[in-house]
Design a protein around this ligand. Structure first.
Ligand code: 5GP
Length: 201
């Protein structure tokens, strides 16, 4: 597999990474395309198959695992599988795009290890775990149980931040969006061999 650059945005759920990723996708000069993940979790709200996710059953997901179709996959929450299909990245690279991912911390680091030169891995940091809780409750798309599950995972995820190439603190959204634009533009402009190296490894 070879092609453009890979931009990973990982963070605890509710940190604002999806807002940042959407904003970056609106910048034509970055030439980005979103990697649509496969998931076995149920569809939420207005989510569309093929746009937000490829919604598949757990058994279809497991067949893709057996067939080695994934670049990475994780059981992000119990019985909820998420994964990046190799075919998705190949498709977007064939279109000449740089590929942007909104994926969990473990998956993001896995892609970074597979494509160290091509990948910029960014961790989006929320102001605090309490603030995360408030944001997740405001979003009100999940039950209290699900919110608590996401909060429990957040503390573990926050500890992995130093393994990423860059950390964006999302305390003020406009500042975070500007930082993200600058980081991605710089990385895309760099020839691959001079790609930003991972710190702390
Ligand atoms: P949500 O259910 O809120 O859409 O996503 C839950 C978590 O799964 C988020 O942190 C999201 O970034 C992550 N996620 C989405 N797609 C993938 C994927 O393909 N691989 C991995 N490892 N995580 C993913």
């Amino acid at each position: 597999m070879k092609g453009g650059k890979l931009l990973i945005f990982s963070a605890p759920s509710g940190s604002g990474k999806t807002t940042i990723v959407r904003h970056l996708l609106e910048q034509p000069e970055l030439n980005l395309a979103f990697s649509v993940s496969a998931t076995s979790r149920p569809r939420r709200g207005k989510e569309k198959h093929g746009e937000h996710y490829y919604f598949i059953t757990a058994s279809e997901f497991k067949k893709h695992i057996r067939d080695d179709d994934f670049l990475e996959w994780e059981e992000v929450y119990r019985d909820n599988f998420y994964g990046t299909l190799k075919s998705e990245v190949e498709r977007l690279w064939a279109e000449g795009k740089n590929v942007i991912f909104d994926i969990d911390v473990a998956g993001g680091l896995r892609i970074k290890r597979k494509f160290p030169e091509e990948t910029l891995a960014v961790f989006v940091k929320p102001p605090s775990v309490d603030e995360l809780k408030i944001r997740l409750k405001k979003r009100s798309t999940d039950s209290d149980d699900k919110i608590n599950m996401r909060i429990a995972k957040a503390s573990v995820e926050l500890a992995t931040a130093p393994q990423f190439d860059k950390i964006i603190k999302n305390y003020d959204l406009d500042t975070a969006l500007r930082e993200a634009r600058e980081l991605v533009a710089d990385f895309i402009a760099k020839p691959k061999k001079k790609a930003i190296k991972k710190k702390n490894t």
